[in-house]
Design a binder for this molecule. Structure first.
Ligand SMILES: Nc1ncnc2c1ncn2[C@@H]1O[C@H](COP(=O)(O)OP(=O)(O)OP(=O)(O)O)[C@@H](O)[C@H]1O
Length: 226
């Protein structure tokens, strides 16, 4: 799979591994290991009014523990790694962060979310759509088992966010139906699951493919294996 780099990119698995090893073993000055600020209400987070309306209309009254700590750093453009048990509100955390940072006048894909399963990608799309209802967000789920043509039609009509599984998203990138030029946010949901499912070689390929076009803010969500 490591040889499956997109056309035009110069993916070198060995070089990638050595760079990753270097990054993981360096005491980076800019690397935050914790973020102390806690916001115990959504109102205190400085979110767009229409995002707040979406959050409250969805039925959330108070942010969960991970939302109290995770939404604001995401909104500040920091690279975020969050690890928490299932059902603690991680999805709404990164959806809110993305919805806060989108430029709604630009109908181009600005955020890419990858998930390990079709069901999860579709579930994330629903949450993103619901929370972003008052913002007019255009979000599309790019997953296998659906019409490629329909994906291409929707993407060419323009979306702000793509949520998908690696295979179909990769396919859309290769066909240039999904253009990475405007992507400024990247979320890898359930990263440990993604990496253990054999997407290991595709994920760095995505990163590299995107990196060759833009400066990327990477957000990784890790699910612990309990
Ligand atoms: N602040 C909140 N107030 C009330 N309910 C919430 C809040 N945040 C999330 N929820 C609800 O809690 C449930 C779990 O949230 P979510 O799916 O975001 O968690 P998760 O950590 O991503 O879980 P999983 O890893 O299982 O996908 C959902 O039904 C969601 O609507």
């Amino acid at each position: 799979m490591a040889g499956l780099a997109p056309e035009g990119s110069q993916f070198d698995a060995r070089q990638f591994d050595s760079k990753m090893n270097e990054l993981l073993t360096t005491d980076g000055q800019d690397f935050f290991t914790s973020y102390d600020e806690v916001y115990d209400t959504f109102d205190a987070m400085g979110l767009k009014e229409n995002l707040l309306r979406g959050i409250y209309a969805y039925g959330f009254e108070k942010p969960s523990a991970i939302q109290q700590r995770g939404i604001v750093p995401f909104c500040k453009g920091l690279d975020v790694i969050q690890q928490a048990q299932s059902g603690t509100g991680k999805t709404a955390t990164f959806c809110s962060g993305i919805l806060q940072q989108l430029d709604y006048d630009v109908v181009e894909c600005q955020a890419l979310v990858l998930a390990p399963t079709r069901e999860l990608a579709q579930q994330i799309e629903k949450v993103m759509r619901a929370l972003g209802d008052y913002l007019g967000v255009k979000v599309h789920a790019c997953v296998g088992g659906t019409s490629v043509r329909e994906d291409q039609r929707i993407l060419s009509a323009g979306v702000h966010v793509v949520v998908g599984t690696p295979g179909r998203v990769f396919d859309m990138l290769r066909r240039q139906s999904l253009r990475p030029d405007y992507i400024k946010m990247f979320v890898l949901d359930e990263a440990d699951e993604m990496l253990s499912r054999g997407f290991k070689d595709q994920v760095p390929t995505f990163n590299l493919h995107l990196h060759s076009f833009l400066k990327l803010s990477v957000t990784v969500y890790i699910m612990p294996s309990f």
